[in-house]
Design a protein around this ligand. Structure first.
Ligand code: URP
Ligand code: ZN
Ligand code: ZN
Ligand code: ZN
Length: 473
């Protein structure tokens, strides 16, 4: 059935204007003033913004980590994402050395199939480069549409790859049209600092942060950007947490390197003192990179404003406090890293960013949706509001006030790191390809509605081809 969204204010990365919007066959078919369409279901968006569905470029759903598995899977994780205004997620597919890449990808398809309520794609972890991997990469790109690769510079003896692997991945990505993503922390130095702390009997959660100081993130970011310049390749630095890393990304961009940076809500509004909470509660706030001293937050906000950082990911990787985070009682190195963020990512950026005048409304759309779609080969099918694009839309009431709480969130994890925080602005209705997923704040979506997205290559001309729908009113 046709749907007509009336009286809303449409916001894209460049424009803000009042118009009605018609949806047919899952796509936007017309945008205009005072549209009247026979037989269409009318959705009144008066007083609300209409945003392109947000895209979360960084999730770990049902991911094995530290002897356990992240709590939210493709069902709870994508439902929570939709409540928060996110209509696409790109999840990290982990690989194991010696295992064919396609096996790992099949494992991720099995996790997500028939579960996701919104569309999704995969990035692929590269842990080693050898002839088999080099042979498989073009196939993975062409047949699976996986066009971004993740290299970990940290988590020694688990995920960490060496500099040779990073460099060869950058070279291969350049040749093939892929985007290399890095977790930039110096894993070798962190391992030394950890062993030193443990030897001194320092086992509390705060030592997770103190053994991963900003310098190890700055150093790894610098190394990754230099290698990118040398390979004349392209790089996306995930979860940037501190001034040291922002500076290195900005330097690289000034030199003309093709380097991009993502931050996450936790780094924008939480700080290192949270790791000192009593009764082991600090474990709830263990991320890698860790939360920083508060002053870093201003640097991150400024970087989003001035363009040195371009995107916001959630790094969704949730663990229960009871039964998962507490694996690290008495040894901070055993606390699973990560938290439940997928639901509140968009609201926090709106409330703390737009409402507080730190970024504009159009920047907000660019940071949560448009830029991400462009970088990861989804634009313009996703990431904007235009005729012919997927009707992934969020009707967002900027006036609703909400207190973030585990009592009301839709994630599976048993706590919320933003507990008690007030945010103003909330998605009311969310559509995925023209179908309601959230309607008047109720979940009405279907498991398995979400489709796997084959993504275009980095910077390829294909990303600018729009399949236009002809309009019949
Ligand atoms: O602490 C984090 N960031 N957990 C998720 C895994 C990763 O490094 O992104
Ligand atoms: Zn990471
Ligand atoms: Zn991550
Ligand atoms: Zn459906």
């Amino acid at each position: 059935m046709k749907k007509l969204i009336k009286n809303g204010i449409i916001v894209t990365a460049t424009d803000t204007y009042q118009a009605d919007l018609l949806i047919e066959n899952g796509k936007i078919s017309c945008i205009g003033q005072d549209l009247a369409v026979g037989g269409a279901e009318v959705i009144d968006a008066k007083g609300c913004y209409v945003f392109p569905g947000a895209i979360d470029p960084h999730t770990h759903l049902e991911m094995p980590f530290g002897g356990t598995v992240s709590k939210d899977d493709f069902e709870t994780g994508t439902i929570a994402a939709a409540f928060g205004g996110t209509t696409t997620v790109i999840d990290f597919c982990l690989t194991s050395k010696g295992e064919p890449l396609t096996n790992a990808i099949q494992t991720w398809h099995a996790k997500s199939k028939d579960k996701a309520v919104i569309d999704y794609g995969f990035h692929l972890m590269i842990g080693e480069i050898n002839d088999d991997v080099l042979e498989e990469l073009p196939v993975v790109m062409d047949e699976e549409g996986i066009t971004s690769f993740k290299v970990f510079m940290a988590y020694k003896n688990v995920f960490q790859a060496d500099d040779g692997t990073l460099f060869r991945t950058l070279v291969a990505a350049k040749e093939l049209g892929g985007l290399v993503m890095v977790h930039a922390e110096n894993g070798d130095v962190i391992e030394y600092l950890i062993q030193q702390a443990l030897a001194e009997g320092k086992t509390d959660p705060i030592y997770h942060a103190l053994t991963r100081p900003p310098e190890v993130e700055g150093e790894a970011t610098s190394r990754a950007t230099q290698l990118t310049g040398l390979a004349n390749s392209q790089l996306y630095v995930v979860h940037v947490s501190c001034a040291d890393a922002v500076e290195k990304i900005a330097d690289a961009r000034r030199k003309g390197f093709d380097v991009w940076g993502e931050t996450c809500p936790q780094y924008l509004v939480l700080d290192q003192t949270y790791l000192e909470k009593p009764d082991f509660e600090g474990a709830k706030y263990v991320w890698s990179p860790p939360l920083r001293e508060k002053w870093h937050q201003d640097v991150l906000w400024n970087a989003l404003k001035n363009g040195d950082l371009q995107t916001l990911g959630s790094d969704q990787c949730s663990f229960d406090f009871k039964g998962q985070k507490d694996l690290g009682k008495g040894d901070f190195t055993k606390i699973p890293n990560g938290g439940p963020i997928i639901e509140d990512r968009v609201s926090i950026l709106f409330s703390e960013g737009v409402n507080k005048g730190r970024i504009t409304l159009n920047q907000f759309v660019n940071i949560t949706s448009t830029r991400i779609a462009k970088l990861f080969g989804l634009y313009p099918q996703k990431g904007t509001i235009a005729v012919g694009t997927d009707a992934d839309l969020v009707i967002f009431d900027p006036k609703i006030e909400r207190i973030i709480s585990v009592e009301t969130h839709h994630m599976a994890a048993d706590y919320n790191p933003f507990e008690g925080m007030k945010v103003t602005g909330e998605p009311v209705t969310v559509l995925s390809r023209g179908e309601f997923v959230i309607r008047e704040k109720q979940f009405v979506g279907k498991l398995g509605h979400g489709r796997y997205l084959k993504r275009a290559k980095y910077n390829s001309e294909k990303t600018d081809v729009r399949q236009s729908n002809s309009l019949t009113i």
